[in-house]
Design a protein around this ligand. Structure first.
Ligand code: SAH
Length: 363
C-alpha cells in the first residue's frame, strides 16, 4: 500500500491512454486530449489541462503522473548538433542527439541502456548492456528535444544506443506516438528504425508498424559480417536480405537504407564493392557510407577519404544510390557509434560489485 509507483503517462500510446480513461470511468476522448496536452503542448501539469473536469483531474492525479527523463548534460556542438545525456531511474544514462540540417531536424533516439549485440567497431557495445528502455523513456527523448529546441523534430532515426528490435513492444508503441496526429505527427517516411538484422523481429514489425528501414550491413559476405556484426551468425545474409526486401514490398517509394561503416583495409576494397553490388541486386536500395568514428581502445581506422569516394563511385556506376554520411557532432562524441551514456553494467559485473563505466567528458 502506498509504495506502488504511479502510472507514467509518457508510457501510454493512444490506445493505452483511452483504456486508462475508461478504467477511470471517463470517456476515451479525454485520453486523447491528454495525449495531445502532453506531446503537442508539452504540458505535464494536470491542472493546466483545462478541458478535463476538476474531478477527473483529481482522479487522474491519484493514479498517474508525467515523469520526464532528467537532462544531466547538455552539450551543443560547433556544427549545431546537440547532445543530451538523460538520467533515468536507477542511475543509468542514455544519450540523444539532435541534428539540424536546414529545414530538417533529426533526432537520433536510443532504445536500450547499452547494447547486447557486440558489434566489434561500436563503442556502445563496449559499455555492455543493462536493460530495455520503457515507452516513456523512448518517447521522452522526443519530448525533451522538442521542449529544449522550442520547435518540432521533423525526423526520428532509431539509431542511438541499443538494438530497437530487441526492445520490440516498447519501440513499436513509441513509434506509434511519434506518428500519432495527436502527438508528433511524423509521417511513416520520417520515422526510421535501424537494425543490425534480427530477422524474425523484422518480419513481425512489418505486421504491426509502418516505418522506414535502415539496416547495419557493414559487410558484403557472411564471413566478414560474422566478425563485424556477430548477430549475423544467427541470421545470415541469405535470411536478412529477403526479409528486408519483403519489408518494403508494396510501396514503390521505399528503399532499404544500408549503413556501411568504412573500415580501412577491412571492408572497403573494390572487391567488397563488387560483392555488395551483387548482394543488393533486385533490392531497392540506398547505401549510406559512414566514415568510421574512432574511440579509445579500438584497432580499426577509418578508410581514407579517397578510398571512400572510389568505393562510392563504384556503387554509383552500378546504378545504386550511395551517399557518404557527413560526420556530425564529432567534437562532442555524438557521432555514430560514439554514444556511450552510462550503463550500470550487468554483463561484466562481478558478484556484489557495481561497475560504473563513465567517460571523462560526461559528468
Ligand atoms: N543497433 C541498431 C541501431 C544503432 S544505429 C543498428 O545496429 O542498426 C548506429 C549506427 O552507427 C549503426 O549503423 C552502427 O553500425 C553505426 N556505428 C557504430 N559504431 C560506429 C563507429 N564507431 N563509427 C561509425 N559508425 C558506427
Amino acid at each position: 500500500m502506498g509504495t506502488e509507483r504511479k502510472i507514467n503517462l509518457l508510457d501510454l500510446d493512444r490506445r493505452a491512454m483511452e483504456a486508462l480513461f475508461q478504467d477511470l470511468g471517463a470517456k476515451p476522448f479525454h485520453g486523447r486530449n491528454v495525449l495531445k496536452w502532453i506531446h503537442k503542448h508539452g504540458v505535464t501539469d494536470f491542472d493546466a489541462m483545462t478541458d478535463l473536469s476538476k474531478r477527473l483531474r483529481q482522479r487522474l492525479a491519484g493514479v498517474a503522473e508525467v515523469r520526464v527523463p532528467e537532462i544531466v548534460f547538455d552539450q551543443p556542438s560547433r556544427d549545431g548538433t546537440h547532445k543530451w545525456v538523460l538520467e533515468l531511474e536507477c542511475g543509468n544514462r542514455i544519450e540523444t542527439v539532435y541534428i539540424p540540417d536546414g529545414e530538417r531536424a533529426t533526432l537520433c533516439v536510443s532504445s536500450q541502456v547499452g547494447c547486447s549485440l557486440d558489434c566489434s567497431f561500436c563503442s556502445t557495445a563496449r559499455q555492455g548492456y543493462n536493460r530495455n528502455l520503457s515507452v516513456g523513456e523512448i518517447i521522452g527523448q522526443l519530448w525533451v528535444a522538442a521542449r529544449q529546441q522550442g520547435k518540432p523534430v521533423t525526423n526520428v532515426v532509431m539509431m542511438g544506443m541499443g538494438e530497437p528490435l530487441a526492445n520490440f513492444d516498447a519501440v513499436v508503441s513509441a513509434m506509434d506516438i511519434m506518428q500519432d496526429d495527436l502527438a508528433y505527427m511524423l509521417s511513416k517516411y520520417r520515422v526510421t528504425l535501424s537494425t543490425s538484422g534480427i530477422v524474425p523481429a523484422l518480419r513481425r514489425l512489418r505486421e504491426v508498424s509502418d516505418v522506414s528501414l535502415a539496416v547495419s550491413l557493414h559487410a558484403p559476405n557472411d564471413e566478414l559480417r560474422d566478425r563485424l556484426v556477430p548477430v549475423n551468425r544467427r541470421y545470415p545474409l541469405a535470411e536478412l536480405i529477403p526479409a528486408c526486401r519483403d519489408f518494403i514490398a508494396g510501396d514503390k517509394r521505399r528503399k532499404v537504407t544500408w549503413e556501411y561503416v568504412m573500415l580501412d583495409g577491412v571492408n572497403d576494397s573494390d572487391r567488397h564493392a563488387r560483392e555488395l553490388i551483387r548482394l543488393l541486386e533486385g533490392t531497392p536500395s540506398k547505401l549510406n557510407l559512414i566514415p568510421f568514428n574512432p574511440f579509445p581502445g579500438t584497432d580499426y581506422r577509418c578508410s581514407p577519404p579517397e578510398r571512400i569516394e572510389a568505393f562510392r563511385q563504384r556503387l554509383l556506376r552500378s546504378g545504386l544510390i550511395a551517399i557518404t554520411r557527413k560526420t556530425r557532432g564529432d567534437d562532442i562524441d555524438a557521432a555514430c557509434g560514439q554514444l556511450v551514456g552510462r550503463v550500470q553494467n550487468r554483463r561484466r559485473r562481478l558478484p556484489g560489485q557495481v561497475v560504473t563505466i563513465e567517460r571523462s567528458a560526461t559528468p
